[in-house]
Write a protein that binds this ligand. Structure first.
Ligand code: ASP
Ligand code: CP
Length: 343
């Protein structure tokens, strides 16, 4: 990680460890106990050419919590790309306005192309079915925190990745990031045609990890430490795929009965979100809400300290934050969600 964060490929284990340490130092600010202004005067450009709630808002909030300000644009319709402006020109123009840029774009490789035209730090907020590196970092931070709470170790952990592993960019980034660490075991379960790309599996195996691919969630997963489930990315399907894709069978459904019957009390359930909660969507079921094993909202909360750490590191203020803290003065509830567990 030098000037941009585009892919997990640019990160070493030392980079990730550093970001995790910086993120931990951001917790008092993310939890709204303290305030810093280390990025006072800095401006973030938040460019989202695809739908987003978490990534767009949490990058925005993280920059503001460091004392900076944010300019954003959403969708092609309201950007001059709708008039045929290139990524190169857009990148150079934005560089004159902003000190850091986050971009989400539907085309794989587009954020890297944008970054080639600027020396201002660029963060990939998701490039089509490519990667979503900041999501992987917050997922890893979550796994680390949950494992510490549960007294577990990362080495030898068993991680189940399920759902759309072909187009789901979060799992591409996450499995690459986890494979920087000591050997683990991965079980990959996806509907036919939505398997993890073989180039990703080959790389993970070449680093000494065990990878098993399965076609359904039937069977015993009692030794699984993490169930990471993902949404079917219908928006990336071709017309033909959409026509031929029937309703998903229950074989891919992660719900309370799957976790109760096939997993253990210390299995954590993750999802990058959004989950499709419409009837028949067959995504992660809402019947796990309130179950302490469901880590999805701890995961979203962790997006703030991790994204603060990314900005602080890229803009080289990571050593200044602790010297610049003040207590907050406004009301903050002790627990954020009505179903949040006490830990
Ligand atoms: N929000 C994640 C992404 O943008 C996952 C998803 O949309 O399913 O990659
Ligand atoms: N996890 C994630 O990227 O969510 P959004 O698509 O809402 O940004």
């Amino acid at each position: 990680m030098r000037s941009h964060l585009l892919s997990i490929d640019s990160l070493s284990r030392a980079h990730v460890d550093h970001l995790m340490r910086v993120a931990a130092r951001m917790e008092p600010i993310a939890q709204r106990r303290q305030v810093t202004r280390v990025l006072e005067g800095a401006v973030l450009g938040n460019l989202f050419f695809e739908a987003s709630t978490r990534t767009r808002v949490s990058f925005n909030a993280a920059f503001c919590r460091l004392g900076g300000s944010v300019c954003d644009t959403t969708g092609f319709t309201f950007s001059s790309m709708a008039k045929g402006e290139s990524l190169y020109d857009t990148s150079r123009v934005l560089s004159g306005y902003c000190d850091a840029i986050v971009m989400r774009h539907p085309d794989q490789g587009s954020v890297a192309e944008f970054a080639e035209a600027t020396h201002v730090p660029v963060i990939n907020g998701g490039d089509g079915p490519g990667e979503h590196p900041s999501q992987a970092l917050l997922d890893f931070y979550t796994i680390d925190k949950e494992f510490t709470r549960l007294g577990k170790r990362l080495a030898g952990a068993h991680v189940l990745l399920t759902g759309d592993l072909k187009y789901g960019r979060t799992v591409h980034s996450l499995i690459k990031l986890l494979s920087l660490y000591d050997p683990m075991r991965f079980t990959l379960v996806s509907p036919p045609g939505l398997e993890m790309p073989s180039r990703v599996i080959d790389r993970v195996e070449s680093l000494g990890h065990r990878v098993e691919q399965r076609e359904s969630l039937a069977g015993d997963f009692s030794d699984v430490d993490v169930v990471y489930t993902t949404r079917i990315q219908r928006e990336r399907f071709t017309e033909e795929m959409n026509e031929n894709f029937g309703a998903l069978s229950r074989d891919f459904s992660v719900d309370r009965s799957f976790i109760d019957d096939h997993c253990s009390d210390s299995t954590i359930v993750m999802h990058p979100l959004p989950r499709d909660s419409r009837p028949g969507a067959n995504d992660l079921d809402v019947d796990l809400n309130g179950d302490p094993r469901l880590a999805i909202f701890r995961q979203t909360d962790n997006g703030i300290p991790v994204r603060m750490a990314i900005f602080a590191t890229l803009l080289e203020v990571d050593d200044l934050v602790e010297k610049d803290l003040r207590p907050v003065r406004w009301f903050v509830p002790a627990r954020l969600g009505v179903d949040d567990p006490a830990f």
